[in-house]
Design a protein around this ligand. Structure first.
Ligand SMILES: Nc1nc2c(ncn2[C@@H]2O[C@H](COP(=O)(O)OP(=O)(O)OP(=O)(O)O)[C@@H](O)[C@H]2O)c(=O)[nH]1
Ligand SMILES: [Mg+2]
Length: 482
């Protein structure tokens, strides 16, 4: 264009030349305008403005959607920094070319610069896209780190909550221990919540109904599937039927009738004093394997020692190698003496020796452990009879108590065991253990009804303080009262 103007300059005063120049200028202007339009149409979209290299752009910080996600800001990676530098360079180059193009005037130079500028802009666009990819990657890493931190924090909170809960539990346990272990009613909670009592409560507690044959049939159905045994169940239903015949009963009154009858059945006189026959007072402890004999002996010894009695334990379970050691642990814990024989020694002779030593040492109480045995094994029951006879030889009139330990979780089978042990050695009292872990506490009713032997002790846990003197009133209240 400069050349063109120079060419026409000499004849500038000629009006036709001036018109020609004017027309040429207008045409050139039009061409430039049209060309720019075409160029703009083919140009890539405006690249976003680049951020400074050192600052993390605010939009890169992770968007916290859930309040639990912490804010995590990571430094740009090496790749991102490199992409950013490239994008800056490309943008600077494009800006430089654009400035240069604005300055120079020849068409050839303009043409060349236009191509260079286009190339530079494309390069800047590419570099910015590459940078965006890196930035997105960083955002992703920031989000992942935030999620990790949130998960760790959640884990810490769960662990903390568990620790606090455990502390509370320990404090409650300490309180329970200080107050003398689990109560009988706490030990019967499962029986009340899940056992036949829960079904009875449904029968007594629903909409008030007149007690008729259909109510009695329901009562029968519940009691027959309970753990109290068929004999006791039918006796209770008969009793309810007789009561409803003598006087019209509502379902709430039926509860009173059953409650009273259960109270009558379980109220049998038991000796909780741990003395009375002696000196010494001798208790022989029997039962099937794992019923809780040794544990109950340990608890009884601790109780007796704490009440000022002098106790001696006889390790009459010579069948299991570890049995004497187990009893020894309890003896040490209770502060009681222990007499044990050699492994596989005759249990009768070990217990004989223990009773003799008990007399010599003037102890108040001798408790003899025996090996667990199946009530159906005749020879083993014979062995028990022999032990009993030999104790009587050591101290005429002893044993003063034969304590049968029954595992409440055995349910009705415990009644069978009780019958057979009773037939063999004449049970005087029963310790019903593991009431805390079962809904079958109703078995007490069946045992008392069928054998007329009192449940003297109730095991409601594994600790020393978890052996309770069985109180019939407390038992009935725990089951029937709201
Ligand atoms: N939860 C609970 N566990 C008990 C109770 N009484 C005893 N146990 C547990 O029952 C298990 C067996 O108790 P032992 O005293 O060894 O029973 P055993 O009748 O002497 O067993 P053998 O000597 O093998 O015939 C032990 O783990 C005791 O801790 C109780 O009242 N409640
Ligand atoms: Mg034992």
């Amino acid at each position: 264009m400069v050349t063109l103007l120079a060419d026409v300059a000499p004849s500038a005063s000629d009006p036709s030349t001036l018109i020609t120049v004017g027309v040429v200028l207008v045409l050139v202007a039009l061409m430039v305008f049209a060309l720019r339009k075409v160029m703009r149409r083919g140009r890539p979209p405006e690249a976003p403005k680049l951020q400074s290299q050192t600052q993390v752009p605010p939009e890169l910080t992770p968007k916290v959607e859930a309040p639990a996600l912490p804010k995590v800001t990571l430094p740009p990676s090496e790749a991102e920094a490199a992409r950013r530098a490239e994008a800056e360079q490309a943008r600077a180059k494009a800006a430089e070319l654009a400035a240069l193009k604005a300055k120079v005037g020849t068409e050839a130079q303009q043409h060349q610069l236009r191509d260079d500028l286009e190339a530079a802009k494309r390069e800047a666009y590419r570099a910015e896209k590459a940078l965006e990819v890196e930035e997105r990657e960083r955002k992703k890493r920031e989000r992942e780190a935030a999620e990790r931190q949130a998960a760790e924090e959640a884990q810490r909170s769960v662990a903390e909550a568990a620790r606090v809960a455990q502390e509370k539990k320990d404090a409650t346990q300490r309180k329970v221990d200080a107050e003398g272990g689990q109560t009988l009613s706490a030990g019967l909670a499962k029986t009340k919540r899940e056992g036949f009592m829960a079904r009875l409560a449904g029968l007594f507690g629903g909409a008030p109904r007149q007690v008729d044959e259909s109510v009695l049939a329901e009562l029968e159905e519940v009691l027959f599937t309970a753990d109290i045994g068929v004999k006791t169940a039918s006796a209770l239903v008969d009793h309810a039927r007789a009561a409803s015949k003598s006087k019209a009963l509502g379902s709430a009154e039926l509860k009173g009738v059953i409650r009273e009858e259960v109270q009558r059945i379980v109220t049998l006189k038991a000796n909780h004093a741990l003395k009375g026959g002696g000196p010494p007072h001798v208790i022989m402890v029997v039962g099937v394997n794992g019923a809780g004999k040794t544990t109950t002996i340990g608890k009884l010894a601790a109780k007796a020692q704490a009440s000022g009695l002098k106790v001696l334990l006889a390790a009459g379970d010579t069948f299991r190698a570890a049995a004497a050691e187990q009893l020894d642990v309890w003896a040490v814990r209770a502060g009681a003496e222990l007499v044990k024989g050699k492994d596989e020694a005759d249990p009768a002779s070990v217990i004989f020796e223990a009773v003799k030593q008990g007399i010599e040492k003037k102890v108040d109480l001798v408790i003899a452990d025996t090996a667990g045995r199946l009530h159906t094994k005749a020879n083993l029951m014979e062995e028990l009879k022999k032990v009993k006879r030999v104790i009587d030889k050591a101290l005429p009139g002893a044993p003063h108590e034969v304590l049968l330990v029954l595992d409440a979780t055995n349910g009705q089978n415990a009644i069978m065991q009780a019958r057979q042990f009773h037939d063999a050695v004449g049970i005087t009292s029963i310790a019903l253990t593991k009431l805390d872990g079962t809904a079958k506490g109703g078995v007490i009713i069946g045992i008392c009804d069928e054998l007329k032997v009192p449940v003297a002790w109730a095991g409601v846990g594994e600790k020393v303080s978890d052996l309770k003197a069985f109180d019939p009133k407390e038992f009935v209240a725990a089951l029937f009262d709201d």
